[in-house]
Design a protein around this ligand. Structure first.
Ligand code: ATP
Ligand code: MG
Ligand code: MG
Length: 286
């Protein structure tokens, strides 16, 4: 479920994600509600070539009734940061969710309502009758109506330096539209060619690190984002959100750059990264 919030507590902003999942902590940390899967991923990532591309993970802490993951605040030290969250991959549901939807179809009326609100003709006659859709069906619909299925990523949202949030990127399909969105996102640093190139070279370095990462080879990376952040002087990109990143069974590996067919566990992460790099190169050359 995607909520939009604009909680400006000091410089920290939660651009996407579930309300109430985050707390801002002192000393340049953010606290994210604990999930075993995510904590395990972060633990492995701290011992992987991807470490420089992931917020530092400082372990767990309990606040009140809840346990939290302690993460480096990627906005720490930035002045009036500009942020973009890109959800990576050609699908945002795990294969496990697909199997569950078949064996135990749990109908969600909230997701049906959201679907109807955007497109009343999207649900099938049966779904209209039931006034419900499975979570898998809803996620898959969002994937095919956005650039997720075709470009291997979608822009979840952009926050500009004045705090305004744009989130209407759902219908973006073409690379040209992505390039336009990137130009908008980087408009105030366009004069600083260095900053734009900083994004590009950081992504090229990320691609190299992904190639040599054992973690990446051995995980189905679903629903994870690249968080782009810049201010007037710095620009960087980070991998965040490993709440749906699953370790593969023993000896199984994925390539991340080939199409998904059920059973191959491929997520298309590299398809998305290539699309972003292409759009960014286009934006730089304009
Ligand atoms: P989703 O609905 O995508 O599963 P989630 O609840 O798992 O969301 P995240 O995607 O991890 O949450 O983060 C949501 C938002 O919080 C991001 O878009 C970003 O704006 C902010 N955020 C997350 N982690 C950090 C961090 N380490 N530093 C700064 N901001 C962060
Ligand atoms: Mg997320
Ligand atoms: Mg998540």
């Amino acid at each position: 479920m995607m909520h939009w919030s604009l909680k400006r507590q000091s410089s920290w902003v939660q651009l996407a994600g579930h309300q109430g999942n985050f707390q801002v902590s002192k000393g340049g940390e953010v606290l994210k509600l604990y999930s075993e899967l995510e904590a395990k991923c972060l633990d492995s990532l701290m011992r992987d070539p991807l470490r420089p591309f992931v917020p530092q993970y400082y372990g767990l802490v309990t606040r009140g009734e809840h346990c939290y993951i302690r993460l480096e605040d990627l906005l720490n030290g930035l002045r009036r940061p500009v942020i973009m969250d890109c959800k990576m991959g050609v699908r945002t549901f795990q294969e496990e969710e697909l199997v569950k939807a078949r064996t135990k179809p749990n109908l969600r009326s909230d997701m049906y309502q959201k679907m109807v609100k955007v497109d009343p003709s999207a649900p099938t006659a049966e779904e209209h009758e039931q006034k419900g859709v499975t979570k898998w069906r809803y996620l898959q619909w969002r994937d095919t109506t956005s650039s997720t299925s075709t470009l291997g990523f979608r822009i979840e949202g952009i926050m500009m330096e004045d705090g305004s949030v744009q989130r209407d990127f759902r219908k973006i399909h073409s690379l040209t539209q992505v390039t336009e969105a990137l130009l908008y996102f980087t408009r105030n640093i366009r004069v600083h060619v260095c900053s734009q190139n900083a994004y590009h070279s950081r992504l090229v370095d990320l691609k190299d690190a992904l190639r040599s990462s054992e973690f990446f080879r051995k995980h189905e990376v679903i629903g994870s984002s690249l968080l782009f952040v810049h201010d007037h002087s710095k620009a960087s990109v980070w991998m965040i959100d490993f709440g749906k990143t699953m370790p593969l069974p023993d000896s199984k590996e994925v390539q991340h750059g080939v199409p998904w067919v059920e059973g191959n566990r491929e997520d298309g992460y590299l398809i998305g990264l290539t699309s972003i790099l292409t759009a960014l190169s286009q934006a730089i050359s304009l």
